[in-house]
Design a protein around this ligand. Structure first.
Ligand code: URA
Ligand code: CA
Length: 432
């Protein structure tokens, strides 16, 4: 087999076989196929697309390029949740204990990553003592015992994706549905869960700016998952404004605690229930999505979800008393209000720019070696559709520096006050 023939085939819009896709991916991972040929193939795929079978084959070729995690020592159906990324997305912190409270195993591998705030691991480390460095045996033991554990990333998962993603980044081939879908799904499948719930975001703070694009990506990922034997469902959700009120690491832990007590922001709660009910359903714990949602609401009402969060924290070395005393979380030195300049209705809160404002305070990493300040961030006091009077606070800045002119300017530039707005949509649909 020669790579040049495969490029030509895809360039002419033909369908590649599983064997041909494997030849490309394994050859590229080993360095036997050079970047220039892989670039040409990525561009051919960008223009000619792939069939559902090709997408599934590409995904599995990338899964098989490196290590895979074996969760078979954990009893029950392991359901993972993945979000395509957004601003102030506190859902994992809520969903992990919420779902585990229904005896569904949550065996999560989590990274730090770049972005407006840290990843789930960073957020959890805002709790004194909490750590994710667990040996495999301990990880499995904790999930079997208490149905929940989070472990830091280890092993060499999907090296083909790492290499190809970096190449796509510099060859204008990131924005291709078959390439994005296979990239994301390969990582999820290598991480070993039996079923996957996807939260595909749309809007300013998301990778997919329009609802149609988000739907197309969701369909592509659900089809890949189901084609390779992992039950997969997706929710399309709004990321035009940040999710919930909190954007920042310790602030989001507090927000998760509030939500597990049934007094969190409405949008965060609604999205957690929409994702959670799919997780419960895929884990075969409920016979309908409606029943699953009722079960989730019940463990919020009766305190079991909150109790599970405490057990989870204590199991991983953290201080569980933060749940009843969130003031023990890292606190910023300065709280600075951002008063509205006019009366009106909040018409827009541009998610990605507001996320950048949080990052300017130190809530997220600019490069992978940046230090995160776990205490800092933003608390939104108003969301899209809320009425506001001049002088009322739009946002509270939690800062560890006194001068926040840069952050203020960014916030004022990206919160628009108008006359009247349509109620914002949170969930645009589900894909099964
Ligand atoms: N995120 C990924 O992991 N891969 C892509 O290709 C795009 C976004
Ligand atoms: Ca939030």
């Amino acid at each position: 087999m020669r790579m040049v023939d495969l490029i030509e085939k895809k360039r002419d819009g033909e369908v590649l076989s599983a064997e041909e896709i494997n030849f490309f991916i394994q050859g590229y991972t080993k360095g036997e196929i050079p970047d220039y040929q892989a670039s040409a193939m990525a561009m051919a795929i960008f223009f000619k697309d792939m069939t559902e079978q090709e997408r599934a084959d590409l995904t599995m070729a990338m899964v098989n390029s490196g290590d895979t995690i074996d969760l078979s020592a954990i009893e029950g159906i392991k359901v993972d949740k993945h979000s395509t990324g957004g601003v102030g997305d506190t859902t994992t912190l809520v969903l992990a204990p919420l779902v585990a409270a229904l005896d569904i195993p949550v065996a999560k591998m989590s990274g730090r990553g770049l972005g407006h705030t840290g990843g789930t691991t960073d957020k959890l480390e805002a709790i004194a003592g909490f750590h994710v460095e667990l040996e495999k045996e301990e990880f499995v033991r904790l999930v079997n015992k208490d149905k929940i554990a989070v472990v830091g990333q280890s092993g060499n998962l999907t090296p083909a994706d790492k290499k190809l993603y970096a190449l796509r980044d510099v060859t204008a081939t990131v924005n291709s549905i078959p390439l994005i879908a296979s990239s994301i799904m390969s990582k999820k499948i290598a991480a070993g869960s039996d079923a996957i719930v996807l939260d595909v975001k749309t809007g300013a703070g998301a990778f997919m700016k329009t609802v149609d694009d988000a739907k197309e990506l969701a369909h592509a990922m659900v089809s890949i998952g189901n084609n390779v034997g992992r039950k997969t469902m997706a929710v399309i959700s709004d990321m035009s404004q940040p999710l919930g009120f909190a954007i920042g690491n310790a602030l989001e832990v507090k927000e998760a605690i509030d939500t597990l007590q049934g007094k969190g922001p409405k949008d965060l709660e609604e999205l957690c229930l929409a994702l959670g009910r799919q997780m419960v359903y895929l884990a075969n714990k409920a016979s309908s999505l409606e029943e699953a949602e009722e079960m989730l609401k019940e463990v919020i009402r009766n305190g079991k979800a909150l109790e599970k969060f405490k057990v989870f924290i204590a199991n991983q070395g953290g201080d569980p008393s933060v749940v009843d005393h969130p003031e023990k979380l890292p606190q910023a030195a300065y709280l600075i209000e951002v008063p509205a300049k006019t009366d009106g209705v909040v018409a827009e809160i541009v998610a990605d720019e507001i996320g950048t404002a949080a990052m300017l305070l130190g809530a997220g990493r600019v490069t992978k070696d940046s230090e995160i300040d776990l205490a800092v961030g933003l608390m939104l006091n108003k969301k899209v559709g809320d009425t506001v009077k001049a002088g009322e606070s739009l946002v509270t800045i939690h800062a560890n520096r006194e001068n926040v002119e840069d952050v203020l300017a960014k916030i004022y530039d990206n919160i628009r006050i108008g006359d009247k707005v349509e109620a914002p949509v949170l969930i645009y649909g589900t894909v099964t």
